[in-house]
Design a protein around this ligand. Sequence first.
Ligand SMILES: *[C@@H]1O[C@H](CO)[C@@H](O)[C@H](O)[C@H]1NC(C)=O
Ligand SMILES: *[C@@H]1O[C@H](CO)[C@@H](O)[C@H](O)[C@H]1NC(C)=O
Ligand SMILES: *[C@@H]1O[C@H](CO)[C@@H](O)[C@H](O)[C@H]1NC(C)=O
Ligand SMILES: *[C@@H]1O[C@H](CO)[C@@H](O)[C@H](O)[C@H]1NC(C)=O
Length: 548
Amino acid sequence: MLHVGTPSIFINFAGRPIAQGHQSSFSTRRAADAMRLQATWLPLAALITNTAANDKIEAVREVFKRTWDGYREYAWGHDSLRPATNGSFDDSYRNGWGASAVDALSTAIIMGETEAVGHILKFIPTIDFGTTSTEVSLFETTIRYIGGLLSGYDLLRGPYKDMAPSKEAVDNLLEQAIRVADLIKVAFDTPSGVPDNDLIFDPEPRRKGTPDNWVATVGSLVLEWERLSDLTGNREYGELAKRAQAYLLDPQPPELEPFPGLVGSRVWVDNGTFVDAMGGWNGGTDSFYEYLIKTYIYDPVRFESYKDRWVLAVESSMKHLASHPTTRPDLTFLSMYLGETLFFYSGHLACFQGGNFILGGLVLDEPRYVNFGLELTAGCRESYIQTTTGIGPELFTWQDNATAPDAPNNSPPPEEYADFYEKAGFWIVSPQYSLRPEVIESYYYAYRATGDEMYRKWAWDAFVKINNTCSVGSGVSSIADVQLTVGAPVFYDFQESFWFSEVLKYIYLILEDDSDVQVKRDGGDLFVYNTEAHPIRVFEGTGKRRRR
Ligand SMILES: *[C@@H]1O[C@H](CO)[C@@H](O)[C@H](O)[C@H]1NC(C)=O
Ligand SMILES: *[C@@H]1O[C@H](CO)[C@@H](O)[C@H](O)[C@H]1NC(C)=O
Ligand SMILES: *[C@@H]1O[C@H](CO)[C@@H](O)[C@H](O)[C@H]1NC(C)=O
Ligand SMILES: *[C@@H]1O[C@H](CO)[C@@H](O)[C@H](O)[C@H]1NC(C)=O
């Protein structure tokens, strides 16, 4: 999932800044080839089984219950728990509508947490989407609220219908999704149809008038809005999102698409043309690429052209953006770009890439994408296992082995990071961890594709480190520094709602048996996960199945 609120990576391009006060405490140096890429795609690997995972599933359930109980007790009805001080928090992007409750719904259903599901279903009809004191984000409201509500609706009418307490409780989910969509659709009321992402309710919703919009926030709407149209029969929702998306599929002017399929970061709201030629798979652009293939999975008939753009972007990324650090050429990261100039930055948000390449490779029956996705996943794992906490940082950088070492975009690490870089193949630019899911998310796809138990182990190790490091008070919290050398972590006292929708869901699903909601190896998925990890039922209506 993306966060455009922190595009510091763009601002930091030229200066290659370093984070303050995060010295490496490593004294031993592990041989580089000990970490050598182990990932291989095993097309004929054994059937996915669930041996020895049951105790771990119970442990995940306990962590869900503990952090959910904290929210229930101290922050119920608010967006987020402040676990260290046992308080609550509401803010723009979540708007005081109970984000944690809505985000937790699809996970609670999949985990069979009947009591939590009951509480959430009672709460949802009481949410007043017409009132908020904070600015509203079209994108965040779409992925968390509309996505969460539609997912609950699809799950409780589908494979989990036995958990539905009543038809009315389920219908309320769709009604609330319609209500919030009707309130925020004014965002699309612009000269071009490219939405203004920012809305103000005073009390009627109106556009704030922001002149440009990010590619990810424009380009991660069609899945949810088209689903809403398909469920209601009202075509308007999907048409609005698709009209905006069209500007991203045919980018103008052409020079702001530096590599085929790889575009700039922002478009003008007035006319849908691109603002810049800066991009990659990181925050600001990430879920645009993610949704090209996911929307195709939703309906390969309607969205074939989206798949074609995804393939272009993926081929260009493999050809132009793949990068190997000078000290660890065994690792593969994806670079960012400004025009055709590469910048060697990646980070936690970008680490969904591996999973997305794997998913597309499975669906399109293209082992090259799966294998490359596995390489990217192994690279992101390195960002975890090299830090003292065993958790990866928000942002990291490296020196590219194919670019001159004295090139302005390829400077060496600052002195205090030299030893760390020698061993790790990257150094840390932003050291915080915000309970993000992307690395475990990619392990999930890697496991579903290969059936290799190694990925379950990687995911479990990451989850235990996150739980051990971030648990505080009545829940878990974002932390300031993953490269902790002495003492306790600095807690931001904030339990993100996507802790429930994403981290807990992906760790649970990687351990769980095969089922209707699991990603399939043969591309026959019944559900596709939105960028907040809410599973949306794949469209069944056109009668044409995907290839394979
Ligand atoms: C699109 O709108 C922006 C902002 O108003 C403007 O700077 C740009 O020139 C416009 N481009 C075209 C092709 O009209
Ligand atoms: C960079 O690393 C890759 C992957 O290990 C290797 O194939 C390539 O030869 C290296 N390039 C240079 C210039 O050393
Ligand atoms: C998670 O953390 C809690 C609190 O520290 C601990 O009691 C529990 O055993 C941990 N669970 C796992 C799976 O590590
Ligand atoms: C917050 O709640 C937890 C669990 O109920 C408790 O252990 C902790 O002492 C509380 N902290 C504060 C600051 O009240």
